[in-house]
Design a protein around this ligand. Structure first.
Ligand code: SD4
Length: 338
């Protein structure tokens, strides 16, 4: 096991990338534990996950603990408590977890439960199933001692009522000044709505070199009732293969599902691509499918391999992700196609 002292000694050898390159594919992370998650506001979730990892805790415990921070934060209107509702005003939550043994659990469209990530973990650990949806997921959560809560905050209700005035659903644009982004070519139609894409996808490698991941979201704001995106779907919103690496996604879930996004990223890493290259290739598939209209879509992936190398890539700019390790906290702006 790589402890902090050993890590600090080894860091004299140079930068993290130099260190990592010394290690052959398939070897354990040279950096000790690492956690990363989509979107920079989630550094606070990384910090909570880190409290598990720095004490040589299990990656699965770390990602659950981390994601719970964002789920309980009403200021994140894309996850858990305070999440923006569907078009009927209901907050419906999607989440999943996957561990180092390839076990996984998920909940789809769960209502009134603050911590869907923990319910997803219990689906994995206590049921013979992988996925529970809606009413059944709620009944299971209640049977496990979770309490029903109102998750629609005054702010989110206000935003929904405002939205009702036009009822225009436009999940596509996430970038300020989109007009500037759309240069000479014209995609089919561009609306100016800016959505907060703050879904949390979190990946971790622990001191034992084991990988786990979790993902949690309230989904696309003002979605149709019953709509489920990529986030709780194993292989789309999250995938972990303990021999290779892990990946997770954020953005327009429909597009991620169509390319089995996170699984694709992991398989590309298996073929030898770095995490960033693998994320880029997956993003390029989405762009290719959508042609010029890709410029109206935001999707971002992050990935972590067994060696402790990580990276991200997105379609549009302004996708960032935070990383926590013994080297401290870092935020990266992912490279993007546009
Ligand atoms: C979804 N991928 O439900 C999610 C949304 C998202 O930040 O990532 N929002 O499609």
């Amino acid at each position: 096991m790589l402890n902090r002292r050993r890590f600090l000694q080894s860091s004299f050898l140079g930068s993290s990338s130099l260190l990592v390159n010394k290690y052959k594919f398939g070897e354990l992370s040279s950096q000790g534990p690492i956690v990363l998650s989509t979107w920079s506001p989630n550094v606070k979730a990384n910090a909570a996950a880190w409290t598990v990892l720095e004490k040589n805790g299990r990656a699965l415990d770390a990602v659950e603990k981390g994601v719970r921070v964002t789920e309980a934060d009403p200021s994140d209107q894309s996850v858990g408590y305070g999440g923006l509702p569907d078009r009927d005003g209901k907050v419906t939550l999607d989440a999943c977890v996957m561990d180092e043994n390839g076990n996984c659990g998920a909940v789809f469209a769960l209502e009134n439960i603050m911590h869907p990530v923990s319910v997803a973990r219990l689906v994995m650990e206590k049921t013979p199933h992988v996925q529970l949806t809606g009413e059944g997921a709620l009944r299971f959560a209640l049977s496990q001692g979770f309490k029903k809560e109102n998750l629609l905050t005054t702010e989110s209700e206000k935003a929904w009522r405002e939205w009702l005035k036009t009822s225009h659903y436009d999940p596509m644009i996430t970038v300020d000044n989109i007009e500037e982004e759309i240069n000479k070519q014209k995609p089919k139609e561009v609306k100016g709505q800016i959505n907060n894409h703050d879904t949390i996808g979190m990946l971790a490698i622990d001191a034992a070199g084991n990988l786990s991941g979790a993902c949690s979201t309230s989904g696309m704001a003002y979605k149709m009732s019953g709509r489920v995106g990529d986030s709780p779907i194993i292989g789309a919103g999250l995938f972990v293969d303990n021999e290779v690496g892990a990946a997770t996604s954020t953005g327009v879930g429909e597009e991620v599902i169509k390319i089995c996004g996170s699984h694709t990223v992991v398989e590309l890493m298996r073929q030898g691509l770095s995490p960033e290259e693998a994320c880029k290739k997956a993003v390029e598939r989405i762009v290719k499918r959508n042609g010029i209209n890709a410029k109206t879509i935001q999707v971002g992936f992050i990935a972590l391999n067994k060696k402790g190398e990580y990276g991200g890539y997105s379609i549009m700019k302004k996708f960032d992700y935070g990383v926590r390790s013994f080297q401290g906290e870092k935020v990266y702006n992912a490279k993007s196609i546009y």
